[in-house]
Design a binder for this molecule. Sequence first.
Ligand code: ATP
Length: 517
Amino acid sequence: MAISSAVEVEDLIKARYPLVYIVSSEEARVEEALRQIALRRERVLAAWSITRGFVKLQGEFRGGDVRDPIKALDHIAGIEGKGLFVLRDFHAYVDNPTVVRKLRDLAHDLKKSQKNVLLLSPVLKIPPELEKEVAIIDWDLPDRGEIDGIVGRLLQELPVGVEPGPAADPQGRERIVEAALGLTYVEAENVLAKSIVRNKTFHVQTILSEKKHIIRKSGILEYYEAQESLDEIGGLETLKLWLQKRRGAFTSKARDFGLPLPKGILLIGVPGCGKSLTAKAVGAAWQMPLLRLDVGKIFGGLVGASEENIRKALKTAEAIAPAVLWLDEMEKGFSGTGSSNMSDGGTTSRVFGTFVTWMQEKTSPVFVIATANDVRALPPELMRKGRFDEIFFVDLPSREERKTIVEIHLKKKRRDPATIDLGKVVDATPEFSGAELEQVVVSALYDAFDAGGDVSTEGVLASAREIVPLAVTMKEGIDNMREWAKTRARPASVTQDKSAGKDRFSIGIEPSRKLEV
Ligand code: ATP
């Protein structure tokens, strides 16, 4: 169980950390939690802002009309007694060298006192001179208990003509709460209220689709409801078996049994061979929501925005947990973390650092699936032991796998695979990826529709002849990737035969003996 932000802040206060930087856009909610801490620890709590100066939030305090940020710091330094002082949106003033120096002086002086300064802002901005002095806390999004509190309050105030619906029984109420996880307090309140207004009851689907919308608006995350199933993936048996074995790994039964929480997997391989499909299917197979993080989009352009993006995304995943976090096309964001120090002021390295530290230390049930097509672009630190549970290499499908993939796609289009000579199709499609095999089936269907008939072996073969597989054009890249994977990754498939490509070699790992898939 992860430690809540409120507990973390209280520990820092007890440990006399003079400067704490709290990153959150939920000012009222954070200040309420701080008020509780102030009450418990018998401290004064006051909040400063440029528009109002100091305002008292708890206990006896006379702040006066001190609006100037430098004078506000002087004022805190001069106050006698025990206190917590929130500085709202102080990130806006840390470009001023006098402010920075004053904060450093304060950090030094407050260590001897029972006063703490809490910088509260939705934006994380710390000048390098202060990095060592400040403890940073990314404030949690509301947990189940808080969201349940909102549901409870709304239930008490239901207008005439509105039914509690699913909220009337504990399981239904749990589903409503779950649907709103990952939102801020105000967002959750709005979404729940909207569901009531629109449907005259609590409506899980409305809450979920509103949440999807809000999460997408944040720019880099996308929320998927479980759709695909592991059965829709042709081949990749070793990978599927690995995933199936960990199906119950997030339950308390697994913890009691002594199993560690799975961290995640890295899927590397040839484009179009099922990496994304696997990420989507895991969400469904484990009945967990799936969050897709577009790594390329983390780098927003504004200074500091990239770091906030990743921190915010990780916080959202933790709030929704248990959840699957899918980092798509990882190399697009994290390539060249070393060299980029020169070109982007180290932003890429810092974002990458935030991610790997989180991976290493995370205690929340967030399972990471990272996918990448170009291994050479990935920072080597990512492969270090302890980051991922396993690195899988997803190669072009073997003969057997191609057969299954074609079968799957024919069935998806409601065609009986028995009507097609799959042996011939498989012979005609060496080096085809799963995506290309799907394309073969789909374009054969188009041709058949146009000709007024139905899909046939000849039609499928004809459409296969029209495709030049990517593996042919990017042969060198794929060969390099296989060479790399030989010693560093585990093959996702059991059967590695030579028919997939003329020079395809076995990856050299013992196939698993007894598959239960
Ligand atoms: P990229 O790196 O280009 O995103 P990818 O490895 O993630 O590629 P997917 O996006 O999973 O590939 O594949 C694209 C589509 O091709 C899938 O949605 C699916 O329809 C089909 N496909 C790929 N591999 C398989 C497979 N093993 N079984 C069934 N269908 C597959």
